[in-house]
Design a protein around this ligand. Sequence first.
Ligand code: ATP
Length: 215
Amino acid sequence: MIRATAIFGGTFDPVHYGHLRAAAEVCEKLGVDDFRLLPAGQPPHRDHTGAEAYHRLAMLELALAPYPDLAVDEREVRREGPSYMVDTLATIREEAGQRPILFCLGQDAANQLSGWHRWRELFDLAHLVVMKRPRSRPRYSGEVAEVLRDRRVRSVRKLSEAPAGRVCTVGVTQLAISSTDIRNQLAEGRDPRFLLPSTVLAYIRKHGLYGCGES
Ligand code: ATP
């Protein structure tokens, strides 16, 4: 077990088995003693979310309740204003001291890195773990490609040797599930069972989220 904090960010609107399986696999591959899923409060790259942040947080907590090794970090939901990852990681760094922080993001998100607020500073705060899905390809813009290449390490073990600044890729199983598809199914009155935990689906129905229950 590596003494390090791993952060798996997402909108989780709603959380589904694609997220959960990827989190379980990357948690196992990294072997860290502190693994957290961190729901975005107000994602800067989206106009709006389907469900309010407190609902997305509640659904994530329900999904992870049986799995104490996968924790929820609530800080972005509790914070006002847009959720910039660089600010979030700065607060985690304050708590972590010199402990390594591993920020996990999907290949699709990594491909957009050049558009992230103060993206260069992310490497002062954390390592980047790019979760590569089988059909996803790296498509980095010029400077990002160079920075990632210079910082790349081949083994996750190298991430435990420094607090931040390295980049590693890990493979995860791609399940063809997306929150967008689940929201669409609910809005159309269809049943997305088996794509997400039944406790989460029950919560969605109870609170009438994503247009379910509207005629
Ligand atoms: P949306 O459909 O609303 O865009 P999403 O299903 O892609 O949402 P996010 O909350 O945006 O989910 O994703 C959070 C993280 O989980 C990202 O890093 C993303 O790459 C990863 N992820 C999402 N869906 C899957 C999946 N089916 N398999 C593996 N990883 C996934």
